[in-house]
Write a protein that binds this ligand. Structure first.
Ligand SMILES: CC(=O)N[C@H](C=O)[C@@H](O)[C@H](O)[C@H](O)CO
Ligand SMILES: CC(=O)C(=O)O
Length: 258
């Protein structure tokens, strides 16, 4: 799909957070979860503590334990463990970024602060810079989720000259429905070899047409195997098959926010 094979591509599962009935982390399930994703879904990378994993509703300590366990269980098995570190507090985000680096994560990602929000693209870029600086050795991805953060900035503007500010910046996870902005981000990222991953699973084919190189989503936990067929059909140029697979009535998308 993407010319540079070392970059983040393909389907990435946004992991659920296993909890006990008492509401405590159930870390023992993560080892089997890794094997399940690989064997049953043919999904080889994970995005931990994001929306699906309810990262922003967990304590920092819980987020750290999850990051560590996913890295430990994924080592030598998964291609990439991406840890979402975004918080309302810059310092908390930095703490999680440093922790992700210390436990061997392959990359970090951050949403925008969503209570007191950045007022313009430059302010959001500054936030990302602060977060990235805490783990400069790890690739950093911006996670754009306007329906939940309320941060509706034009992402292409956020990207402007970001390489001069954040050397570790490697792309974004775009979970918005503005496909024009998405396409402009792809055009900006392509010469840098960065990854643009799409996050609205129910319209991934539209994003593929605009040049994204992969997708992060909740549904790849359970229809990853199936959606890989859609990706293959698209790559082979069988658009009719890709179209049928994208809208297949048997595939359940639970869309409550987009
Ligand atoms: C907000 C949210 O959870 N988004 C997920 C990832 O971005 C998606 O994978 C959706 O769950 C999916 O597209 C179903 O609406
Ligand atoms: C990233 C993503 O898809 C999620 O966190 O749910």
């Amino acid at each position: 799909m993407c010319p540079n094979s070392s970059k983040l591509t393909g389907l990435i599962a946004a992991t659920f957070t296993p909890l006990t009935p008492q509401g405590e982390l159930n870390l023992a399930l993560i080892g089997p979860y890794v094997d399940y994703l690989l064997e049953k879904q043919h999904v080889r990378s994970v995005f931990v503590n994001g929306t699906t994993g309810e990262g922003c509703s967990l304590t920092l300590e819980e987020r750290k334990q999850l990051a560590e366990e996913w890295c430990r269980q994924g080592k030598g098995k998964l291609d990439q463990v991406i840890v979402h570190v975004g918080c309302l507090s810059v310092k908390d985000s930095q703490e999680l970024a440093r922790h992700a680096a210390s436990v061997g994560a392959d990359a970090i990602a951050a949403i925008s602060p969503f209570f007191l929000k950045p007022s313009n693209a430059e302010a959001l870029q500054m936030f990302l810079k602060e977060v990235g600086s805490a783990a400069p050795q790890l690739p950093l991805y911006y996670y754009h989720l306007p329906a939940l953060t309320g941060v509706k900035l034009n992402v292409r503007e956020v990207l402007q000259d970001i390489e001069t500010q954040i050397p570790s910046f490697k792309g974004l996870k775009f979970s918005g429905v503005d496909l024009r902005d998405l396409g402009q981000c792809v055009t900006y990222c392509r010469p840098h070899g960065w990854s643009v991953l799409y996050g609205v699973d129910e319209q991934l084919l539209g994003a593929l047409a605009l040049g994204v190189c992969g997708a992060v989503g909740s549904t790849y936990n359970y229809v990853g195997h199936f959606m890989n067929k859609m990706l293959n059909a698209f790559e082979k140029g069988d658009l009719a098959l890709a179209q049928d697979l994208q809208v297949c009535p048997g595939v359940i998308f639970i869309n409550t926010i987009f």
